[in-house]
Structure formats: C-alpha cells, structure tokens
Design a protein around this ligand. Structure first.
Ligand SMILES: Cc1ncc(COP(=O)(O)O)c(C=O)c1O
Length: 390
C-alpha cells in the first residue's frame, strides 16, 4: 500500500461538481484580477473567521510581508522597519515567517518553543523584549493554536503588534475565536497542501480595522491609492480570481474536512499511547468537543516526537512500507544563512532538541480507515521489532 503524507485526489473527486460550477462562472465573467469571485471569497472568509476584514493576496508569504509593511506604515509612519526594529518569532517554522520579517526591514528575534505544543513559549517572549521590540509573530504550527491569551497580554503590556501566522491553521480556534481574529492581523496561506488550499499559490490577510484593510489593499496593488498614483512602493500581489473560485468551493466544507483530520489524529493518539518511545502530538484541547466547531487543533500536520537516535530508522522503515513520513522541520530558522542577522537572545534548548525528534505522519480528510490502520500497524511493528530501542 502507498500512503502519501497528503492525497488531494479524493478531495478533488468529492468537490469536482462544486469546483466545476465555480470555475464555469469565473470563466464566463472573464474578470481575472480582483473580480467578483475574489470579493465574494474575501467576504465569506471574513465571516467564517469572525473578523471584520479579509484581503486576498498572492501567497502566505506575501500576507506576512504586506501585513508587516502595513504595520510599519501605520505605526511607524515608515515604508519599512529599520534593522533595529525587533520582531519576536519562533525559529521552529517554515522559512517564510522569518523571511517576511527580514524583507520588511526588521530583525527577527528567535525565542524558544514549548516542547509539547511545538509553539512559541510566551514566557520566552517576555524575556526577549527590549526597547527595540515592535511586534510578535506567533505561528500556529501544524494547526495548533498558540497560547494567545498570554501572548496578547504581553503585547498589550509592551505596546507590541501581533501578526498571527495562520498558514497552517485555517479553522483553528482559541477559546472560541478563530485564529486570525486574535491579533492585529492574521496571515493565511492557500498553498495547495494547506487545510484550505487552492490550485496554486494564494494568501489572505485578516484585519480588525478598516484602516489596516485599506492600507493592505493599496499595498497589494502596487501601492496605488488611485490609478497611476503610487503613494508607496507596493506589490503585484492579488489573489487570482480562479483561486478564489476554487477556495469558495472548498470553504463550505472546511469544518467537515478539519473534523475528519481530528478524528484521524485521535485514532493515532489512541493507538500510540502505549508506545513509550512516542510522544503524541499535543492532544486536542479537552475544553472543546469535536462536535462543536471550536477546534483548537486542525492537524494540518500530525506530528509525533520520538528519540532522536531512532528517528532515521523509523522514517526509513515507514518509507520502506510505502508510508510517507517526514520531519517538519529538520532545521530551525536560526541555523539558516539567510537569517544570520537575526538575534537569538537565549539558548534555543527545546527547539534544538525537538527538531531532531519530530516526525509527521500521513493525514488528510479523505484518508480512509484502512490506510489509517495500516499506518498504525506499521508503527506498532516497528517498535515490536525494535524492543531494545528506548
Ligand atoms: C508557517 C508558514 N508560514 C508561512 C508560509 C508561507 O505561505 P506560502 O507558501 O503561501 O507563501 C507557510 C507555508 O508554506 C507556512 O507553513
């Protein structure tokens, strides 16, 4: 049996009718740039996320970058941040999080993660604040919400902005509020592998205030406040109408799809709880039942930890059985040349350990029971055959 980390084909089969319908109406409108489909998607996404404004952009990376540019313009009255301006984030994320900070002119400050949730540790944020700190970018990694209550408290006390990196957390809630509605801005990615994914690149910025939404709309369209009147140096970064049409077809099913992921994650968690070498992905927050839509984890990735010394063998074993298993992320951002100007105020003890221990297993809404059982059996077999490993 071959089981990829993610198989989008059965999802497409399920959605085909809806997608075809959406595409047909998009094709007949022939309005490709910021047409009616983009507006409709922005409106429906904002409603779903419980936020006043949502602005479509070309990617999740652009969502972070344009969000930061809007904050620099609004808070600092500057087009870009200075390299003294410090933005605190996690080193345990995809490259884009830190890349956007550097491209906005600011300096990334990497602080350690909580080893159980894999997310930024609010206590470490507190310790890293200096007179130059301007903001925080928490990343809801793998689809699990960060400890936003504490992060918001820290931001408020120190007058810092928050952009939530929601690239992996479309549909995740924190205490009944969707991620992307908790900070000043939220940045979403519609890269095809994401929980809400397009058929190419796409992104979205959520904003509480009209002031930010308007500025973001200007920046995504070459910084023009009117035709041929560029007030800022902006971007060509609009969400394509075709992507918006596809996303509209998928948005209707997002809760159902996320719920399927949660059910698979729970099966994995139950099956692995007796394997002492495995630490399962931080469990679904017990405050929420899977019957309601307030999922505090939407399992964009299902990630476990196991001792670093057995990880390569574990991954090779699963691969040899046709199961894709990978480490997200095997290298933390502070180790990358591109971010050599970043600041690391304290040792990243947990990050350094966790990046050697994580393994993500296949999970997707249309993963059938047979496949889930096969993964579980093969994981069990690995540990049965390697009983001396601990
Ligand atoms: C945590 C995180 N931030 C940002 C991004 C960037 O999104 P995109 O690939 O749409 O530019 C991604 C995904 O790729 C991501 O996983």
């Amino acid at each position: 049996m071959k089981i990829p980390l993610l198989d989008l084909k059965p999802e497409y089969e399920f959605l085909k009718k809806d997608i075809d319908k959406q595409l047909k109406s998009c094709l007949s409108s022939q309005q490709w740039v910021l047409g009616p489909k983009v507006k409709e998607f922005e409106r429906k996404a904002a409603k779903y996320l419980g936020i006043n404004y949502a602005v479509g952009v070309a990617s999740g990376t652009d969502a972070l970058l344009i969000g930061l540019r809007a904050l620099a313009l609004s808070l600092k009255k500057k087009e870009f941040f200075n390299k003294e301006d410090e933005i605190i984030t996690t080193p345990f994320s995809f490259v884009a999080t830190a890349e956007a900070i550097v491209r906005s002119g600011a300096k990334p400050v990497f602080v350690d993660i909580d080893p159980d949730s894999f997310n930024i540790d609010p206590e470490k944020i507190k310790k890293a604040i200096t007179k130059n700190t301007v903001g925080i970018i928490p990343v809801h990694l793998y689809g699990k919400a960060c400890r936003m209550k504490e992060i918001k408290k820290i931001a408020k006390a120190n007058k810092l902005f928050i952009i939530e990196d929601c690239a992996q957390s479309f549909g995740t809630s924190f205490k009944g509020k969707k991620t992307g509605s908790l900070g000043d801005l939220g940045a979403f990615s519609f890269f095809p592998s994401k929980n809400l994914g397009g058929f190419g690149d796409g992104g979205l910025i959520t904003a509480k205030t009209k002031k930010y939404a308007d500025l973001i709309k200007v920046l995504r369209n070459h910084g023009q406040t009117a035709q041929y009147k560029a007030d800022y140096c902006g971007y060509n970064s609009r969400l394509d109408s075709i992507q918006a049409a596809i996303l509209l077809a998928k948005l209707k099913h997002i809760d159902k799809f996320n719920k399927k992921r949660i059910q698979i994650a729970q099966k994995y968690n139950n099956a692995f709880q007796n394997i002492s070498q495995i630490q399962t992905s931080d469990l679904l927050d017990t405050r929420y039942s899977i019957r309601d839509t307030n999922f505090s984890h939407v399992y964009h990735l299902y990630t476990i930890k196991l001792p670093a010394k057995i990880r390569p063998k574990f991954i090779s074993y699963l691969n040899s059985k046709g199961i894709s298993a990978r480490s997200y992320y095997p290298v933390s951002l502070d180790k990358m040349k591109a971010f050599k100007t970043a600041k690391v105020p304290y040792k990243l003890k947990n990050t350094n350990k966790v990046m050697k221990e994580v393994v993500s297993l296949p999970i997707y809404p249309f993963m059938d029971n047979r496949k889930v059982e096969y993964v579980i059996n093969q994981v069990n077999n690995f540990f049965k055959n390697n009983q001396s490993i601990n």
